[in-house]
Design a protein around this ligand. Structure first.
Ligand code: AMP
Ligand code: MG
Length: 419
């Protein structure tokens, strides 16, 4: 313990920049705001899921382009239905895809046109009465319910007028964004090139995942979880060879990692004698924005820049690595990917089992969100601490515990970070 203290002291003198979670996060966001946009490429819309738009997408015409019926029924003049039941003469049938010219229909007083969902409302009509409230007779229809003008159709241009912005450059394409691009006829879209993110795991105990580990060796899982998280955040991961806890071998790998758009290091940032990451980065004239955040797991997380590249030193305990990636590295990768910034927001659910913890750190603890429909409830996953990936893999979220809370009662609304 006394030797640990002396290391802590050295570290405090050399690097110590411990921030609250919020300050650390905002600092990353501020730096992320300043990164320059990546290069642009044009790709097939079918390959664009998860890519970040590098162009604005505008409405190429009015949406909808004609007053569009939203129900199957009868196009009517609402004034004809002030008294119901009413009998109207049926003068036409209008299908989706039929132009008003083709059908040449004008609905006059006392008249109606049978109309299908998606078909253009004919001239003269100002509403659609649902088929459920009608009974057809020969060339006529009896309507049991009145409608207000404007009911059951969308006026031309009501969703978007031609030229209106539908999707912003910087927006990540999901299925809805892809639907928009398709609907304005963009079979190819301009997207930002993915940033290349180097992953450098450190530790003498680590072996490759194909190796048979010795009794005290550990397979390198962090490089793989990080690669997955990087892809998920819109980047491309490049896994570098594992660095041993040796200055001379760590340094060239860090230098190699600094050639990429971003460098993520895992391990070697705690207080131990062989935690050399910060020392080597300091030798390389790195600037440190923080060297710790008041969180658990992940307290020793480091953020800085070196040779015009940002880096994160994430603690090596696998759960800490994953949590600190989500909290700090993700917004930087998203910015490097050209994504518009977005705030981190915690949702809330009711606590299912009481929580007792210690004060002082903001905690992000693996938890299970269960229940159904409006009745979500959440409880902590029993775990063995930040090395326990098997607990994490069974969890589906983190409960966020504020640093001042010692005890949280069943039924309280607690904040969550989904994963
Ligand atoms: P460190 O942050 O280097 O002190 O490592 C903390 C703990 O995480 C130790 O138990 C390491 O064995 C473990 N660890 C570090 N790096 C990795 C990795 N790449 N994969 C799996 N476990 C790791
Ligand atoms: Mg280590």
């Amino acid at each position: 313990m006394s030797s640990m203290r002396s290391f802590e002291k050295i570290k405090a003198v050399t690097f110590e920049k411990m921030l609250s979670f919020e300050k650390a996060r905002r600092l990353v966001e501020e730096h992320a705001e300043r990164v320059s946009p990546p290069e642009v490429e044009t790709i097939d819309l079918l390959a664009a899921l998860g890519r970040v738009l590098a162009e604005d997408i505008l409405a190429d015409r009015d949406f909808p382009p004609f007053p569009r019926a939203t129900r199957d029924g009868y196009a009517v003049r609402s004034a004809d239905l002030t008294k119901v039941p009413a009998r109207l003469e049926v003068i036409a049938e209008i299908k989706a895809g039929e132009t008003p010219e083709q059908s040449a229909v004008v609905v006059g007083h006392g008249q109606a046109a049978s109309i299908m969902t998606g078909a253009p409302l004919p001239a003269g009509a100002d509403a659609v009465v649902m088929v459920e409230y009608t009974s057809p007779t020969d060339h006529a229809v009896e309507v049991q319910r009145g409608v207000s003008a404007g009911e059951n159709f969308v006026p031309r241009g009501a969703e978007a007028l031609a030229g209106r912005l539908l999707l912003n450059s910087g927006q990540r394409l999901d299925h809805a964004g892809i639907a928009i691009a398709a609907s304005v006829g963009k079979s190819h879209v301009k997207v930002f090139r993915k940033p290349r993110v180097a992953v450098l795991s450190t530790g003498d105990e680590l072996v490759g995942i194909d190796a048979t580990p010795g009794p005290v060796q550990i397979r390198n899982s962090n490089s793989y979880s990080l690669a997955a998280q990087i892809q998920n955040a819109g980047g491309e991961a490049v896994i570098l060879p594992v660095a041993p806890d040796e200055r001379g071998r760590l340094r060239p790998l860090i230098e190699e990692g600094l050639q990429f758009d971003l460098l993520l290091l895992a391990g070697g940032v705690s207080m131990g004698k062989y935690d050399l990451v910060e020392q080597v980065l300091a030798e390389l004239q790195a600037e440190f924005y923080f060297t710790g955040a008041e969180i658990q797991p992940g307290r020793p997380a480091v953020f800085g820049s070196c040779a015009a590249r940002y880096f994160f030193g994430l603690p090596g305990n696998p759960v800490s690595t994953m949590v600190t990636f989500e909290l700090f590295a993700r917004p930087m990768i998203e910015a490097l990917a050209g994504m518009a910034s977005r705030p981190l927001i915690f949702l809330r659910a009711r606590l299912k089992s009481e929580i007792r913890t210690k004060t002082g750190l903001k905690r992000f603890l693996p938890a299970t969100l269960s229940g159904e429909f409006e009745n979500a409830e959440v409880e902590l996953m029993p775990w063995q601490g930040s090395g326990d990936i098997s607990a994490l893999a069974r969890a589906n979220c983190y409960i966020v515990i504020p640093p001042e809370r010692e005890r949280i009662e069943v039924g309280e609304w607690v904040p969550l970070l989904l994963r």
